[in-house]
Structures are given as structure tokens and as C-alpha cells.
Design a protein around this ligand. Structure first.
Ligand SMILES: NC(=O)c1ccc[n+]([C@@H]2O[C@H](COP(=O)([O-])OP(=O)(O)OC[C@H]3O[C@@H](n4cnc5c(N)ncnc54)[C@H](O)[C@@H]3O)[C@@H](O)[C@H]2O)c1
Length: 285
């Protein structure tokens, strides 16, 4: 039997996974500067794999806290303040990366805000805000990043990657209707962009996290009992961490995922597989 050569995983000969790449991470800060959100963990892990990272957040202090962590780690990153629901801000954001590093290879669309309620008690303004932050932002950042990624990577290299953050709440909705709807749109957007931009060598994938312990969920306070309940909701009996999300994003952004596009990677410890306990008396049903 012949041993696979280095072309088994092309370009993966022991170097950092994203060496030489430039990545943009939206919502790369955290709601609490000393906390770790999904975007912050992702930015730190991308930098550990050799990427230079533009950390974009509507709060500059939040982006700067992430950059400080990356710099302390020996990585390279720049903080950039932008509201990614704004078209001009998204165009300027990409230009900052181009001016600084001359290209862009990876875009992580991480920004998202929560919501609660049904269509009956949701206001139109709240609904529109969730759609703007969770969906329109991804359209806008992609609109301006895709030409830059195509120019940097070229169709033959297939080194360009976009990773969008959805949520398991779209797979098992409960009481967060606007949020769940927006996160379903993220999966559809992922598939559509995967089809539209494959010929430019850009892979587009999605991560759907389960309950992850980030400032978004613990900012208002969370008891140990509530955390235990979140852990119990998963098959693995553990609560997700932002590093779990970041590791999945790094994989999808890297050439190790070169044969994946248009996919949704569910990172939830099996939460979405968990159903009611089986009644031993009804094994056959
Ligand atoms: N935490 C979870 O349990 C969980 C589960 C599933 C999906 N997600 C998704 O993960 C992503 C990140 O969530 P998180 O929990 O790390 O949140 P977080 O609130 O800790 O971090 C989000 C960051 O995005 C920034 N941001 C918000 N709106 C912005 C805008 N318009 N422009 C630029 N920056 C903006 C915030 O300032 C913040 O720093 C979201 O898309 C969220 O829906 C989270």
C-alpha cells in the first residue's frame, strides 16, 4: 500500500494552518471586554494559526481587547470600529485590511444579536433590527470582501473562505422567533453564496453553535443551576465554550476543509439530537 504524500492535504506540511492569510472577523470583540465571545475566541485562534486578523466591532474597546490578547500571544491583529449593518462602513472595513496587508482571504461573519418573543409580541422595529444585524450585515460584509478574496486567492488556489455563524435555535426554535428566523436565513445565505462564488475559488460554510457560555448569555447573570441545565441539554453533558466555536471556524477557514462548501457544522454537543427519554416499556415503537 502506498503512503499518502503531502498532497493528501495540500499545503499542510506542518505549517500553521492559516500562515500568510488575512482574516476579517466581524463582532470580534465581546460584550464584556474581559469576557470571551465566539468572535473573540475565533480571532485569537485564527491568529494562532498564522492569520493576520482585522478585528471588527462596533465597540472599539472590545476589538482592542481582542487585539491585546492576540498580540500577547505573539500574533498580528488590528482593531477596527464599524457597525456592520452600515454599507459604507463595510466597504471601508475591507479597505482597511487591503491597505494594511494587501489582500483578504478569510471572512468570518460572527455578528449577531438575540431576541425573544413570538410574532405576536415582537415589534416591527425589533424584528427589523434583528434581521439587519444578523442577516443584512453578512450580505454587506460579503459584498465587499468577496471581490478582495477572489483577487487575493484566485480560482485555482481555492484558498478563500467565508464562515457564517448561525445557531441551533433555527434547527430547534423555541421562543426566539426573530432570532431563529434570522439564523435560518444565514444558512440559506451560506448555501447561495457557496453556489454563486465557488467558481472564484471561495468556499462558504456555516457554524451553528448550541448553548455557548459567552457574554451574550451570561451578561445579565446566570446561576450555576442554569449552567448545569444547559450542560444537561447536550448528549455530552457539557456546556459549549467559545473555543469550541472558534476551532470549528478555523477548520472551515483552512485548506483542511478544501472539499466542504455550503455546509452547516452543528457545534452543540448533541443538543439538537436530544429528544424525550425513551420509555423502556415502549422499546418497539
Ligand atoms: N452564545 C451562544 O450561546 C450562541 C449560540 C448560537 C449562536 N451564537 C452566535 O454567535 C455569535 C456571537 O455571539 P456571542 O455570544 O459571542 O456574542 P457577544 O455579544 O459576546 O459578541 C458579539 C460582538 O458583536 C458586536 N456587535 C454586535 N452588533 C454589531 C454590529 N452591528 N457591528 C459590529 N459589531 C457588532 C458586539 O459589540 C460584541 O462585541 C452571534 O452571531 C450569535 O448569534 C451564540
Amino acid at each position: 500500500m502506498t503512503t499518502p504524500t503531502s498532497s493528501f492535504v495540500p499545503g499542510d506540511e506542518g505549517a500553521a494552518l492559516l500562515s500568510g492569510k488575512v482574516a476579517i472577523v466581524s463582532g470580534g470583540g465581546s460584550q464584556i471586554d474581559e469576557g470571551i465571545g465566539n468572535g473573540k475566541a475565533t480571532a485569537i485562534l485564527l491568529a494562532r494559526e498564522g492569520a493576520r486578523v482585522l478585528v471588527v466591532d462596533r465597540r472599539l474597546a472590545a476589538a482592542e481587547a481582542t487585539v491585546a490578547a492576540i498580540t500577547a500571544d505573539g500574533g498580528e491583529a488590528v482593531a477596527h470600529e464599524a457597525d456592520v449593518t452600515d454599507e459604507a462602513a463595510c466597504e471601508a472595513m475591507v479597505q482597511v485590511a487591503l491597505d494594511r496587508w494587501g489582500g483578504v482571504s478569510v471572512l468570518v461573519n460572527n455578528v449577531g444579536i438575540g431576541s425573544s418573543g413570538t410574532v405576536v409580541d415582537e415589534t416591527v422595529d425589533q424584528w427589523d433590527r434583528v434581521m439587519a444585524v444578523n442577516v443584512r450585515s453578512m450580505m454587506l460584509t460579503s459584498k465587499f470582501s468577496i471581490p478582495a478574496i477572489a483577487a487575493a486567492e484566485g480560482p485555482d488556489d481555492r484558498g478563500g473562505a467565508i464562515v457564517n455563524i448561525s445557531s441551533v435555535s433555527t434547527l430547534r426554535p423555541r421562543g426566539l422567533t426573530a432570532y431563529s428566523t434570522s439564523k435560518g436565513a444565514v444558512i440559506a445565505l451560506t448555501k447561495a453564496m457557496a453556489v454563486d462564488h465557488a467558481a472564484q475559488g471561495i468556499r462558504v460554510n456555516c457554524v451553528a453553535p448550541g448553548p455557548i457560555y459567552t457574554p451574550m448569555v451570561y451578561k445579565g447573570g446566570m446561576s450555576d443551576a442554569a449552567r448545569a441545565q444547559r450542560a444537561n441539554a447536550s448528549l455530552l453533558q457539557i456546556e459549549g465554550s467559545p473555543w469550541d466555536v472558534g476551532n470549528a471556524v478555523v477548520f472551515l477557514a483552512s485548506h483542511r476543509a478544501r472539499y466542504l462548501t455550503g455546509q452547516t457544522l452543528v457545534v452543540d454537543g448533541g443538543v439538537t439530537l436530544r429528544g424525550p427519554s425513551r420509555d423502556p416499556g415502549n422499546e418497539g415503537q
